[in-house]
Structures are given as C-alpha cells and as structure tokens.
Design a protein around this ligand. Structure first.
Ligand SMILES: *[C@@H]1O[C@H](CO)[C@@H](O)[C@H](O)[C@H]1NC(C)=O
Ligand SMILES: *[C@@H]1O[C@H](CO)[C@@H](O)[C@H](O)[C@H]1NC(C)=O
Length: 404
C-alpha cells in the first residue's frame, strides 16, 4: 500500500512540468535601457536619458531586432534606434516616442497599428502567434515592456522582455494599456534553434523565502531606515541557505525573521543593513564559516560547490543578491536561483553574477527528514499548482478506495 502511494506520488511529480508551459512564439532580445553603453544618452531635447525614460523606446528596439530589421544597416538596439529617432525628429519635446517616425526605420516592414485600452487573452495569444504583431503593454506608471509569451496554465501572467528590470513576467492586472505594431521579418523568417530539454540539478532543494513576506517584510534591520522588504535581499538569501542546511537558531528553523533577530541582537549589521559575515557565521560556529568573496567562479566550481551540499553560494547581481541553488546539465548557459524579491525568476544566465559570497555550511540532518527524496522535492511540492494538487488527491482517494 505504502509503495503504491509513494510510486503514485512520484508519478504525479513527473507529470507536473507538462501542465505549466511557457510559450514564446518568437524569441526577442532583452537589451536593457540601463546598459552602461547607452544609459546616459539623451533622447528628446529635455535632457532625459535612455536610462531614465527609455523603456518604451528600448522595448521597440528589442521588437525591431527580433524581426532582424536593420536601422541604417545596423542591428537595432536602444543606441541605434535612439540615434535614428534623434536624427529624424522622432521625439516630442518631453522625450515621448513618435510612432510614425519609428515606422520610417523601414516603412515597407513596419506599421504602427495604434493604441488599445485592453486586449483579451485570446486576442493576445492570437497576436503573439502571428510573430509579426508586436504588443507593447504599459505595466507601470509609466513603464513599458515588450510582450513575448503566455503561459498555458497560469493565466494571470505573461512573459515579457523588460528593458528596465530583471523580471521575465508581468501580471495581467498590471497592464493598463497597449501600443501595437506589425513588423515583418527582414530576410527569411527565422526558425528558432530547437533548444535542448532543460535538465535541472538542484542538489539541496531549498525553500524559497520572499523578503516582503507579511511575516517579516516590515521588520527593521540594523537601523530604522531599513526594512527586510526593502533591503533584506542578502540577509534573506543567506537565511534560505542556512535553512536548507538545517542550521537552527535557538532550536528553531531559520527564517528571515529569526535570522534578522539574531543579527540584531549580535550587532550583525553595519551601515544599517549590511550583514557582517563573521557575525552571520557565528550563528553556528561549528557548522557555518564564511569562505569569502569570489570575484568569479567557473561553472565547474559552481557545480562542485553545489554538489557537495556543504556550501551556500550567494550571487551578487546588478538586481540584488540571489541564492544560487542549481545548474542545468543540458543548458550550460544558466544557473538556477532563488530570488528573495521575485519567486518567478528561477534561472539566470551564468554571466549574471558580478561576484559571489561563499559560505561553508555543513549539511545537518533535519528533524523531519524521513528520507532524502522528500527533502529534495520539498521545493517542487510547494510549487504545485492547485490543479495538480487536486489531481493528486483525487488519485489518492481512488487508490485508498480500491485497496479497501
Ligand atoms: C527594408 O526592408 C526591405 C526588405 O527586406 C529591404 O529590401 C530594404 O533595403 C529595407 N530598407 C531599409 C531602409 O533598410
Ligand atoms: C567536494 O567534495 C569532494 C569529495 O568529498 C572533495 O574532494 C572536494 O574538496 C570538495 N570540494 C569543495 C569545494 O569543498
């Protein structure tokens, strides 16, 4: 009986990935408006820069590049499109984009369709599938991105190429209006390279903590200017690492709340929110040691650290700190991460790390580890969507009935 349930359980786990699927009919680049190469370049005549207000222009440049359309013979990016627009009176006085000037980049291939207040899900999916309709939703106040895909299961999100943030998705609710173009391909329609099936390896199976969780987000860190929600990305990443290795504080599991409490009591913060590594490691002197800051790690080193399960690898990126928890055997250009400020961002290019903070953390036996498999799958289990959970329980009940 137990065996049936266990095998059934793993069967259900295997089925999970097929339920949730990201569909991006056309792969777009994701040049960032804040790239050093152009972020300080001015747009209109009011002195504002691409880094400050270039989100819509940068999104349009990513769309043009996705269709291989050249700008004066050069690849489209925020720099080349900005230069074209400046040379052709493409901005209003306050750096607003003149869509009819964008069209002049190549008027046989680009057409500006117009603005829409709202679009239905089926309209959006249909438009994406044409590969020539370009959808630019407004997702902030004001912030514009390029829509790249949808999710077959989760109807509350869309995938985006966001020039301003590391985010790869937007929620449906965040979208307030649209700008729409059609762009044909310059040259043949690209057939996307078949990407190999991902084969993730996440040896420890950490639990994700959201730094803005109601249970601790508003708590003060070193001084009253800094809350965990606003500044606790490193502290939360390290709390995830300690928790995953079953390090305890006062016999309790470590969370951002308990870990912050420990750091507060032991003067673990400098400058209000910067964690002193020596204090952090003193939470369990025998089992935790700060190895140091590494400017770079090779993929082989990352794999060795992760496979040994006795390290916490914290990645310093331009969007904050993440806990790196895995690599992929097939996709060698990515690492898996747990991002304390965004649960959806789960993989990043290997080049994302500006530097690393490495902790040695002994893997202690947890009180609730019956066996290793349940531990390593705990992250997955938390991610199961309701439909899968429902299927699982339905099958479970069925099996119980049959065996009675
Ligand atoms: C526009 O695209 C067409 C079709 O690919 C190409 O022949 C033409 O040279 C392009 N025009 C400009 C201005 O780049
Ligand atoms: C990982 O484990 C292997 C085998 O136990 C050991 O030889 C190696 O030094 C460890 N690597 C690190 C980085 O600790």
């Amino acid at each position: 009986m137990k065996l049936i349930l266990i095998s059934l359980f793993f069967l259900v786990l295997l089925v999970v990935p097929s339920f949730q699927e990201k569909v991006t009919p056309l792969e777009y680049p994701n040049e960032k408006q804040y790239d050093e190469k152009w972020k300080n370049d001015e747009m209109g005549t009011n002195g504002q820069t691409i880094g400050q207000v270039g989100c819509l222009m940068s999104s349009v440049s990513n769309a043009i590049a996705g269709h291989n359309i050249l700008i004066d013979g050069e690849t489209s990016n925020p720099d080349t499109l900005n230069q074209f627009l400046r040379a052709n009176d493409g901005y209003t006085a306050d750096s607003g984009l003149r869509h009819y000037v964008v069209v002049e980049v190549n008027s046989t291939l680009i057409e500006y369709v117009g603005a829409e207040d709202s679009m239905t899900r089926s309209e959006i999916i249909e438009a994406l599938q044409t590969k020539t309709k370009v959808l630019l939703p407004k997702v902030g106040n004001p912030h514009w991105v390029l829509l790249t895909g949808y999710d077959t299961e989760d109807e509350s999100i869309y995938y985006v190429s966001d020039p301003g943030y590391a985010k790869e998705t937007t929620t449906v609710d965040a979208i307030s209006e649209w700008r729409i173009y059609t762009m044909d391909f310059q040259g043949p329609t690209p057939t996307p390279e078949p990407t190999p099936e991902p084969s993730p390896v996440r040896p420890v199976g950490y639990t994700h903590f959201d730094q803005c969780d109601d249970a601790w987000g508003d708590e003060i860190m070193g001084d009253d200017q800094h809350t965990i929600c606003d500044y606790g990305d490193f502290m939360t990443s390290l709390a995830m690492a300690l928790n995953g290795h079953n390090i305890k504080y006062d016999d309790k599991d470590i969370t951002p709340k308990t870990f912050n409490g420990f750091l507060q009591q032991n003067e673990g913060y400098s400058d209000g929110y910067v964690v002193w590594h020596s204090v952090a490691a003193s939470i369990d002197e025998e089992n935790v040691k700060y190895v140091g800051k590494k400017e770079s790690l090779t993929r082989d080193e990352v794999i060795e650290y992760l496979s040994n399960k006795t390290y916490g690898l914290i990645m310093d990126t331009e969007d904050g700190f993440y806990l790196c928890d895995g690599y992929d055997e097939a996709l060698t250009e990515i690492y898996y991460v747990l991002n304390p400020s965004n649960k959806l961002l789960q993989s990043v290019p290997t080049s994302t790390a500006d530097s690393w903070r490495v902790y040695y953390i002994e893997m202690l036996k947890g009180d609730d580890d019956d066996d290793d498999e349940t531990t390593s799958n705990s992250f997955l289990i938390k991610d199961l969507n309701t439909r899968v959970v429902a299927t699982f329980f339905a099958l479970l009940i069925f099996i119980v009935f049959v065996s009675l």
